[in-house]
Design a protein around this ligand. Sequence first.
Ligand code: IMP
Length: 486
Amino acid sequence: MDNLIGKKCGPESTVLIGLQYGDEGKARVLEKLLPKYDAVVRFNGGPNAGHSLQVGDKKIALHQVPSGIFYDDKLLYIASGCVVNPEKLAEEIAEINAIGVSIEGRFLISSNATLIQPHHILLDRMFGKEIGTTGNGIGFAYSGRAVRMKGRLLENLRFGDYLSDVELGKSVVVDNLKAFSKEFGKKIDELKLADDFDAAMRNLSNFKSSNPMLIEDLISKDAKRIFFEGAQAAMLDVVSGTVPFVTSSRTISGAVYTGGELSPKHGVKVIGVAKAIMSRVGAGPFISEFGGKKSEDYCAEGNGYVNVKSKELEKFSADQLLKSQDLFEIGIALRMIGNEYGASTGRPRRIGMLDLVMLKQNCKLNGVDEVYLTKIDSLADFARTNLWGIPLVVAYELNGKTIDFIPSTANDCCDAKPVIEYLPSFKEDISSIRNFEELPSEARNLIYFVEEKIGARIAGIGVGPERDQFIEIPRRVVGGGDVCRT
Ligand code: IMP
């Protein structure tokens, strides 16, 4: 058993997290891993997450419902660390039903999960622009959870609280809206907003779980294996990310022991996902960004709506920009080729070099056992630039010193400059390769180089946007260190 080798007891559960700024391609990795697990659990965030899942001809974008809808034997659970928007959730369930899938009887929401109330969303839409939030009221719901009361007004409502007394719950929603309206002089239809909220809550009442021992029982009594599905990513963690340009939940692997209701008695395997050419949405430090501040400002123009996908595709030739001496222009080209735009909004994602300092730190602090590196095929684009090869960030320079960790303040992160090492690029299109040994030697060497730098095994790579464009990397003999390849 695991405890013989120093791990904790119980069947192995797994947590999957993003190791960068989100949008690393977690969904495609978890789709591969899910079949082995009995339950899929969300432990952080809310409708700010989003990914599409596909099985056969059935495709759907999920935001709050845990992945795993396509397996009718899997329990789906929104645990207490999450924030829930009932209206959006009810819509999402209707969409799931509309493609012929039912989650009735196998989907549960923790009574302790916090509700995103309408006033949280209104507040976020007023104040979230500075950091470029998703406008879903995430930060205000989590802050309501922490504050609990504002004066004599009950600020926070949890899923179970509301359903235990819906009349009282609805009156709290109305009171919070009235307080918002008074404070900001905004005329809103409080009753209509509260009615819609209430209708959605009643719709979801069947899914309530009041069992604080749910996860513990599944593991200890029923020997079930749990897959904890992380939302957002390590750099967006509310405490250890690039604060204040982060989301408002704990996104790190350890959050399964709080928001995921996992007892510290149980060990968990940690899988991290990273993207070979990085991206970030919203404001905040991004040390390896192509074009630095210029790119950040450009992507934020008009709240992200000026330089959208259609404009860029119309205005620029990616092939020409790739040849540019200006890293900012190379970044635009890589965004265009890699289709790095918000899926529903078309807003441009900021683009950067693979940052191995960040990856190493996040692997270490999150106890990452295996890394999946997506979009390796995109690295071939560097062969078409005038750069010396594939740029990788191996250290930072800050105030005249070379450092190998992420500075802890946003200001220092903005001042830090990347130290870049170039590896020879491969020119071939590798998107049809499915076997590690068949990759060009430059690509294999890059994998070895990254593993050595980050001290973690790379278990698989993405070589194209389609689900099957994926290579599992066979485990080799453990070489004594924590890199499992010799
Ligand atoms: P919030 O989570 O809506 O409060 O947004 C806070 C920051 O996190 C913003 O910069 C968002 O763009 C970012 N963010 C939130 N969710 C995601 C995600 O799923 N992928 C990437 N970035 C995200």
